[in-house]
Design a protein around this ligand. Structure first.
Ligand SMILES: Nc1ncnc2c1ncn2[C@@H]1O[C@H](COP(=O)(O)OP(=O)(O)OP(=O)(O)O)[C@@H](O)[C@H]1O
Length: 300
């Protein structure tokens, strides 16, 4: 007999094919297709209204698409107790029992989730300076988010989804959250999806990135491959133009006669050699900047 889904240590894999989701006349997602292998931290990025929350709520079985196929651990998650039992979603505001005390919130989740690590959750409460005797609705916004983060972390669900959970958390708290998440996912492999606008802060955590743009998948790529494709070339405008001809240019700006172009492409040795011969300055591009260029371009 195979092990119950929630005891699989590597986490759940996710496969989405041609998913379309509508709210009345609004199409929130259209033809969405991507894969996330089991075990890893993945980023779901997109501008406001691009469909991130919609997609995450479909993965967490809170909503069903109009068409398409969604598989979590090989099964349709919707009304699927086995998959839902191994999936945790924490949304903006923490998704906590607002009228219950912090301590009661922890007990509630611990009672429902077999993998919940109460000792670690207690440690995290101290790390985020959360008062166990306060009700969740008497916490500040950032503290409530931190409580949600604690619950999401300590649940150790095979598929854990954090949808903008760190909104309102201050920089040291967010850093602590990222550090705890990374260390714990290494120790207890599982699948984690982070949706965030704080791309610069989370990019080092992400193995693979899915970028949504107006309800469609703009790209789904390994983060390292994505970074390798982004490059700035700076120098005299005519020389820059000659080198980037035929490449996918996603941004360009001029300062006097100097031009800086951002390309997003597979640059072969020949292109790099031509750039060096032309005396151009080459630079890397942060994921956040690539995201801005790519999504701005698509929205034109
Ligand atoms: N309950 C709803 N009823 C109608 N339209 C909705 C509803 N929820 C979302 N939408 C629409 O679906 C689209 C996608 O919204 P969604 O909340 O998934 O985006 P998002 O990427 O999470 O945005 P943000 O970054 O601003 O949180 C938007 O056009 C939004 O207006």
């Amino acid at each position: 007999m195979s092990a119950p889904l929630h005891t699989r240590t590597a986490g759940f894999d996710v496969a989405v094919r041609d998913l379309t989701v509508r709210y009345g006349r609004t199409t929130a997602l259209e033809g969405v297709t991507f894969d996330l292998p089991a075990g890893g931290i993945y980023g779901l990025l997109g501008r406001n209204g691009s469909g991130k929350t919609t997609l995450l709520s479909v993965l967490a079985a809170m909503r069903r698409g109009a068409s398409g196929l969604v598989r979590v651990a090989g099964e349709d998650p919707f009304e699927n107790a086995r998959v839902m039992g191994g999936t945790a979603i924490v949304r903006e505001g923490g998704d906590v029992l607002t009228t219950e005390k912090v301590a009661a919130n922890l007990r509630f989740v611990a009672g429902m989730r077999p993998g919940f690590d109460t000792a670690w959750a207690e440690e995290l409460l101290d790390a985020f300076a959360l008062d166990r005797r306060k009700t969740a609705d008497s916490l500040s916004r950032g503290q409530r988010s931190a409580l949600g983060a604690v619950i999401g972390l300590a649940t150790r669900a095979p598929l854990t989804v954090f949808d903008e959970v760190y909104l309102g958390m201050d920089a040291p708290s967010r850093q602590r959250f990222y550090d705890e998440l990374l260390a714990d996912v290494i120790a207890h492999p599982r699948t984690v999806i982070l949706s965030s606008h704080l791309i610069g802060e989370i990019e080092h955590l992400l193995e693979r990135v899915v970028i949504l743009d107006a309800g469609r998948v703009l790209l789904c790529e390994e983060t390292d491959a994505l970074r390798a494709k982004g490059l700035t070339l700076t120098g005299p405008a005519d020389r820059v133009d000659a080198v980037v001809a035929g490449l996918q240019v996603v941004g360009s700006r001029d300062l006097g006669r100097t031009r800086q172009v951002t390309v997003f492409d597979d640059l072969d040795e020949g292109a790099l050699a031509r750039a060096t011969e032309a005396g151009l300055e080459l630079g890397g591009v942060a994921l956040q900047d690539l995201f801005i260029h790519l999504t701005a371009k698509e929205s034109r």
